[in-house]
Design a protein around this ligand. Sequence first.
Ligand code: UDP
Ligand code: MG
Length: 326
Amino acid sequence: MKNRQSTFSNPVLSIIIPVHNEADVIPTLLKRLDFVCRQLPGQVELLFVDDGSRDNSVAQLLRARDRYSGIRVVQLSRNFGKEAAVTAGLESARGDAVVLMDADLQDPPELIPRMVQAWQKGADVVLMKRRSRAGESWLKRTTASIFYRLINHISDASIPVDTGDFRLMSRRTVDALNRLPERNRYLKGMFAWVGMPTVTLEFDRDPRLAGKTKWNYLKLLHLAMEGITSFSTRPLRIALILGLLAAGAGGFFGTWEVIRALVFGISTPGYASMIAVITFLSGVQLLCVGLLGEYVGRIYMETKQRPVFIVAEDSDDIAQPLLTQL
Ligand code: UDP
Ligand code: MG
């Protein structure tokens, strides 16, 4: 790697922040980021990716951009979801290191200088692990923990528990991520898959500053399905085994009935048991077909080769040369 030393004396850091209807938090966010950027040893690019906000988030950001250089606003053409917004950020970021953080200040920006220090000491990835999660419900914490345990059990890349997207990544890590071509993007899994020397720091996660979470259980279920199917084909094998077991049980039951009738002369009035067996088996079949469908659907989405996001406007196309300190 050339020029590592010289890069380090003046690192250019990109801070990527996906924004979807966050007008209430943006003033505080900018204030706290401004304070943090002053402590950083070099030039900073604040890269806001607007994910189709319908409030005045964009107007606020553009106003801030006119006042300070170093702020860049990439506007997606509609709401594509956080994963796509972060992908857009990773592809546009120009820093030697990139920090991902949420707009709602659940990830305190004051920790960024510590992350940069860890990177300067040689880490490629600085992971932020939550020691506590204030303001998240018991149900959310439990379902999250069950999900991570499940996914780590069945998938090939192991995803560290209690870490979110709040992290710093070196340029070569970001380049590696940008080379992953899939359209169904489960970022946490992709981060884990890319690997690289990692340092983990602990922090206390704050509650959301204002506004409401954009997640609901349906979206989370979708994300969970994404996570499981993009990183493992083991569910297909489980379906196969389930099918084998059910077929075996059915065969055994049938044989037993025949033997009973022929040897012992007992003919069972088997209406109820027959219905039970048929329902059970069709259930298993539907389950397996549905599971296959999940994978086929994803293959279909991948074959379309559509871009993950569409940029409507990048403030940088019109802005003056950026990357001067806030
Ligand atoms: N976000 C986004 N697109 C979406 C939903 C969310 O860019 O469709 C952004 C949001 O503005 C925030 C981050 O993703 O910066 C995390 O969202 P949120 O705080 O709602 O999620 P939670 O912290 O509850 O998991
Ligand atoms: Mg949040």
